[in-house]
Design a protein. Structure first.
Length: 328
């Protein structure tokens, strides 16, 4: 069990300086876009937009990092976000009591429904032993269909204006928004959990050597389900932040969330093979797809090229991770 010692697991989190790659990529993008759109790309307003756009993706990418830690993939990220957001929006719209209470209830519903969806996926993966890609693909279809049935395929509106005014649009110094602060707090909490708790160490051990973890008495199936549930709760929080930012459910607006989240996590240094993650790298990695999208918008490039670029970055990131794994 020496290979699963606390010291070794903590070293794995740093993953031998992998974030250097994501830092280099980010700097290159910033330099290129700044040169192509001088003054506009680096304006205070645009920097604020980049940080705001990154907030939801940071929460999703941190959740994806948890899933990668146990060696799985979750394709239902966007679907869970939308579904939990719809349920939360329904509660807030229907609530006829105090506005603050309604918003708080909406947040709770988003978190609980997200966790429940994650637990469902985790249970199917852990106990039914269905591969995570197949399981979450099915859950994605299930939730997408349910979301459209609940809403009739139309985005829900009529959310309390206080939700956007006090949460979605609240900023500090006209640069950092409240959702951005929430996202960074979530990232810090998850980083602490992974680095400093038994849950975090068991999570990394599960992705590294599940059989060894089972032999020391850990219920690996239940632990895997808990990881999926925690990730699902993060998806639910992202759904709430999306409601706060856009004042609607944006049913069709999260189709690329899964691609972007895993691009950020893998490019940041988290291994797609499990057992090795870096939350810091993930957060930095978030700004790769975010900067790409923002830069393309500033330059007036066709939005379809955004997905091509992000997909290309993901392929490069996976190639680098695979190469490193084969070299060890």
């Amino acid at each position: 069990m020496s290979s699963l010692s606390v010291a070794d697991l903590r070293k794995r989190i740093l993953y031998r300086g992998s974030p250097a790659l994501v830092w280099f990529t980010l700097v290159v993008l910033l330099v290129v876009f700044s040169a192509m759109a001088p003054g506009l790309f680096t304006s205070k307003v645009n920097i604020s937009n980049i940080l705001s756009d990154a907030s939801i993706l940071i929460v999703l990418a941190v959740a994806a990092t948890l899933i990668l830690a146990v060696g799985d993939f979750d394709l239902s990220i966007g679907a869970v976000l939308v579904f939990s957001g719809i349920l939360g929006a329904k509660v807030m719209i229907a609530w006829d009591g105090g506005v603050g209470t309604g918003i708080a209830l909406g947040l709770v519903v988003c978190l609980v429904s997200g966790a429940a969806c994650g637990a469902l996926s985790g249970a199917l993966v852990a106990y039914a032993r269905i591969p995570s890609i197949i399981t979450t693909l099915g859950v994605m279809g299930l939730l997408t269909g349910a979301s459209n049935l609940i809403t009739g395929g139309v985005d829900l509106r009529g959310l309390p204006p206080e939700l956007t005014r006090n949460i979605g649009n609240r900023s500090f110094g006209d640069v950092v928004s409240l959702p951005t602060i929430v996202a960074f707090v979530v990232a810090i909490i998850v980083a602490v959990i992974i680095r400093s708790t038994v849950f975090g160490r068991n999570t990394l051990a599960l992705g590294s050597n599940a059989e060894a973890l089972r032999r020391v008495g850990v219920d690996v199936r239940f632990h895997r389900m808990k990881v999926f549930a925690l990730a699902g709760m993060c998806y639910g929080l992202a759904g709430f932040l999306s409601l706060a930012k856009y004042s609607t459910t944006t049913i069709a607006g999260h189709s690329n969330d899964m691609l972007q989240a895993y691009t950020a996590a893998i490019l940041g240094g988290s291994s797609p093979f499990g057992g090795v993650v870096t939350v810091v790298g993930t957060v930095v990695g978030v700004f790769i797809p975010t900067t790409l999208q923002n830069g393309f918008v500033v330059l007036g490039i066709d939005p379809f090229w955004q997905q091509v670029a992000v997909g290309g970055v993901l392929l490069v990131a996976v190639f680098v991770q695979t190469y490193r794994k084969n070299q060890r």
